[in-house]
Write a protein that binds this ligand. Structure first.
Ligand SMILES: Nc1nc2c(ncn2[C@@H]2O[C@H](COP(=O)(O)OP(=O)(O)O)[C@@H](O)[C@H]2O)c(=O)[nH]1
Ligand SMILES: [Mg+2]
Length: 391
């Protein structure tokens, strides 16, 4: 079966240093283009190569344009025929060898494209293209699983179903499903970049100790003097399969020290863009009006009372009326961390999508869904259907 897609090549392995790089070549005339540059050890021409077979030989692109290797430098490569018009060239990794292979292919009329934009004749819709690109950025099997569902068509078919509901006049069912999708978008956008969680609080309450305890190694400096942490220090973690970037910040207080004040400013900025703040207090210190003010500034934060190892029975006193409810932990002795992680996950992902569920995962998809939803609100069903169909 020959394809109708134009001749194109794309590097399939990440840029940079590596032992081996893979260049995918697809489209009409790929075998003939490769034959000009590649001499297999067996003498077999790629126009006559069997699909599924791997051929060893030399890439001799001396007659190509600039950047080509001279024939005497012909590189040893493997060429694999995947299909009639689909090949892979496995050459040495790095930049120069790959550039020479691409240059030689370009000289044969091959368009060089990004792997994300290559058209292999299989991907028929934008969501699938976006899913493949997103999968390359997924950091956990859980997030990759959700994206694989979208690659398999979960989002695409849900959008089609919603369009059908609208076309059939069932606006309320369409609206319900659309709202559910839009809500899932906040999780979807975090499948390719981690949730951002900030650890904040007064100096010396144990923020850096907590970050270290959560990630399991000494990422941030812990010191018994207030004002130690100045820059925002980040570390990656995975909670219940969801990727999280934790940020430790300077302790919040009024200070004449300019450097520390700059750190506090950075802490405020970080909190403003965070998905969640962990507001840490020292359980062994009395609760103050300042603490109340901090709490009021951070509605929605998870309240963490640290250093319970310093309390009698390692528990918060039940009679401490002014202290708000929160999660009691000891970063030092690793007490209460599991409960804290459960609380973090519950806030970040209140409802994990069931297997196979549709989840929008790019800003573009969410914007289209919002657009369709507002068109539906205005009663413009034709426009809403058109918007949905163009996702
Ligand atoms: N007893 C006890 N001390 C702690 C705990 N967490 C932190 N500390 C101590 O409190 C001081 C300040 O800790 P640090 O993590 O640097 O606080 P930060 O300024 O909020 O980042 C250090 O001396 C830590 O050893 C804890 O859970 N229990
Ligand atoms: Mg600190």
């Amino acid at each position: 079966m020959t394809s109708r897609i134009p001749l194109q090549a794309a590097v399939l392995t990440p840029a940079g240093r590596g032992a081996v790089a893979v260049v995918g070549v697809a489209g009409q005339g790929s075998a003939a283009a490769i034959d000009v540059c590649f001499a297999s050890a067996s003498g077999r021409k790629m126009t006559e190569a069997e699909p599924g077979r791997i051929y060893f030989g030399r890439w001799q692109a001396g007659r190509g344009g600039e950047g080509s290797l001279a024939p005497e430098h012909g590189e040893e490569v493997l060429v694999c025929r995947r299909d009639a018009d689909e090949f892979e060239i496995h050459c040495h990794g790095g930049i120069a060898a790959v550039a020479a292979v691409l240059e030689a292919l370009r000289a044969q009329g091959c368009a060089v494209v990004d792997w994300e934009h290559r058209n292999d004749g299989r991907t028929e819709n934008t969501i699938a293209v976006e899913a493949r690109s997103a999968l390359a950025k997924a950091r956990t099997t859980r997030t990759a699983g959700v994206l694989l569902d979208q690659l398999a068509g979960a989002l695409h078919s849900e959008v089609a179903t919603i369009a059908e509901f609208i076309a059939a006049g069932d606006r309320s069912a369409a609206n319900l499903r659309m709202q559910e999708l839009i809500e899932r978008g906040s999780l979807g956008l975090r499948l390719t970049s981690p949730f951002r969680v900030v650890v904040a609080g007064r100096p010396n309450v144990g923020k850096s100790s907590l970050l270290n305890a959560l990630v399991g190694y000494e990422r941030a400096i812990v010191f018994d003097q207030p004002g130690t942490t100045r820059d925002v220090v980040t570390a990656s973690a995975v909670f219940d399969g969801w990727p999280v970037e934790l940020a430790d910040t300077a302790g919040l207080r009024d200070t004449p020290d300019e450097l520390e004040a700059a750190g506090i400013e950075a802490a405020h900025r970080r909190r403003a863009v965070a998905d969640l703040t962990l507001l840490v207090f020292d359980a062994a210190e009395p609760w103050t009006a300042d603490d109340d003010a901090l709490l009021a500034e951070n509605r929605g934060a998870i309240v963490v009372h640290n250093k319970i190892d310093r309390l009698p029975g390692r528990q918060l006193a039940s009679g401490d009326g002014s202290r708000p409810r929160g999660i009691a932990i000891s970063a030092r002795d690793r007490l209460g961390l599991a409960e804290l992680i459960t609380a973090i996950v519950a806030q970040l992902v209140p409802q994990a999508p069931p297997p196979g569920a549709a989840v929008p995962f790019t800003e573009r998809q969410v914007a289209f869904l919002r657009e369709a939803s507002s068109q539906l609100d205005k009663g413009d069903t034709t426009a809403a259907v058109a918007t949905l169909r163009s996702i």
